[in-house]
Write a protein that binds this ligand. Structure first.
Ligand code: ATP
Length: 432
């Protein structure tokens, strides 16, 4: 697999990812997504939403606020339990996550590390014009709590029957002690979370179902099955709410690390919020004429770790006539641009023709246009950013109203009439 530096340099050079506020020296754990990165991120989110919400009959969506009533985080246990163990070097004063250091020696200067202490990783802010303890609020460290506190609203408005899920995509914030490894550990990131409510007693079965469902999803969109493995998290490493957790690990260039996690949160959250708010959050089972708190299975995944894993998996270097062809073999649905329109010359009337082809495709697909340098160079540029199809417009196009589609992976070419181009690309996309 490609190393992180090479991938980072491609991401920076081609406009996938930039350091946040780079002109001021960047800011640890914060990154910006450039014109290509924003498309890839959007495609990941859209594919997830399509799979988890739109194509199912048992999941609905939600978009809760980032800053919530601070009682939420007291009740959920985050104020007390959302902590990392932090160690500080007595010599250079640098701080580390205890997980990231082995032994008692500072990885930075070799000094002695002090005893670990607990550090809450929730970001605090003030709401309202007075900066005092009473106005402290938190930037959410997970989107899940928005789902739990809205559980009753969703239930009464949708009249969903168990088992059913509520899904949400949104920003989450964690004041990580040691952000790094490019976009692997961030302080601001996005989560795609599903809370899937089930009858107690059926939770083990649903837990396994969702673990497998996500593996299949990642493999379908380009991650090699060999680069995935499940880590069953032992009790002493699990979050305070979890009865069972399975982390899906990906073979990153720096070793196996968590891509996503699935947890059996039981009825912990609904029970806590019912007690904390005084609201009845039970589910009424009409058949059995009883009320109970459902259990919940939570597959939780960020957007950025899959972003990284999809790029790492897609990156290929292949020998060719000019040396090496760098190609991102991204699944076409993930690729930032589905097609690039490349006129063979910058002369009229070819440019007008090519621009016309581009305009006809824009309502259907995210596309780009490139008329600078040789056609070979332009193919390489599109390969490097994962564009699955290059459309060349040549002088013959003026007579036969046809263009050539060049496939990124096989490099085969097909002549297609301009009138059928959109349908042809749609067909390719549908069968990819
Ligand atoms: P880690 O052990 O790596 O800190 P975690 O177990 O705390 O992760 P969860 O709380 O299970 O992570 O969060 C669910 C998912 O959200 C993660 O699997 C990951 O995809 C994403 N995620 C969590 N923390 C971060 C972060 N700091 N940066 C980027 N993504 C994150």
């Amino acid at each position: 697999m490609v190393d992180l530096d090479t991938l980072y340099s491609l991401c920076k050079r081609r406009g996938f990812v930039f350091p946040s506020s780079e002109i001021y020296g960047g800011f640890g754990g914060f990154w910006d997504y450039g014109p290509l990165g924003v498309e890839l991120k959007r495609n990941i989110r859209d594919l997830w939403w399509r799979t988890i919400v739109q194509e199912r009959d048992d999941v609905v969506g939600l978009d809760a606020s980032i800053v919530m009533n601070p009682m939420t985080w007291v009740t959920s246990g985050h104020v007390k339990e959302f902590v990392d163990r932090l160690v500080e070097c007595k010599n250079c004063r640098q701080r580390f996550r205890e997980d990231d250091v082995s032994g008692t020696v500072c990885p930075n200067c070799g000094g002695v590390l002090a005893e670990a202490r607990l550090f809450n990783t929730m970001f605090k802010t003030f709401v309202g014009p007075v900066e005092e303890d009473a106005s402290i609020a938190y930037l959410r460290p997970e989107t899940a709590q928005g789902i739990f506190v809205d559980f009753k609203n969703v239930l009464t408005t949708t009249r969903k029957k168990l088992p059913f899920g509520i899904a949400q995509i949104g920003k989450a914030f964690r004041n990580e002690i040691t952000p790094g490894r490019f976009i692997f550990r961030l302080r601001e990131f996005e989560q795609m979370e599903l809370e899937y409510f089930v009858r107690p007693g059926t939770d083990d079965e649903w837990f396994r179902y969702w673990v497998q469902h996500y593996i299949d999803w990642f493999v379908k969109y380009g991650i090699r099955a060999d680069d995935l493995k499940i880590y069953e998290v032992p009790a002493d490493e699990r979050a305070h709410y979890s009865k069972a957790t399975a982390d899906l690990m990906f073979n990153f260039p720096f070793g196996w690390a968590e891509l996503m996690g699935t947890a059996d949160r039981t009825d912990f959250d609904l029970r806590q919020h019912a007690a904390g708010s005084g609201e009845d959050l039970t589910y009424f089972d009409e058949e059995a004429n009883t009320r109970f708190l459902p259990y919940v299975i939570e597959p939780s995944v960020g957007v950025e770790r899959p972003f990284l894993a999809f790029l790492l998996s897609a990156y290929h270097e292949e020998p060719d006539k000019e040396g090496t062809r760098v190609v991102l073999k991204l699944h076409p649905r993930l690729a930032p641009y589905k097609a690039a329109i490349l006129p063979l010359s910058r002369k009229e009337p070819l440019v007008a023709k090519a621009r016309g082809v581009w305009a006809a495709l824009r309502p259907h697909f995210m596309t780009t246009y490139d008329d600078s340098q040789s056609i070979g160079r332009r193919y390489r540029r599109q390969d490097e950013i994962g564009t699955p199809w290059c459309i060349t417009v040549d002088f013959q196009s003026l007579d036969d109203e046809a263009v050539t589609i060049r496939d990124r992976d096989s490099m085969t070419q097909e002549r297609v009439s301009i009138a059928e181009l959109a349908a042809n690309l749609n067909q390719r996309l549908a069968t990819s």
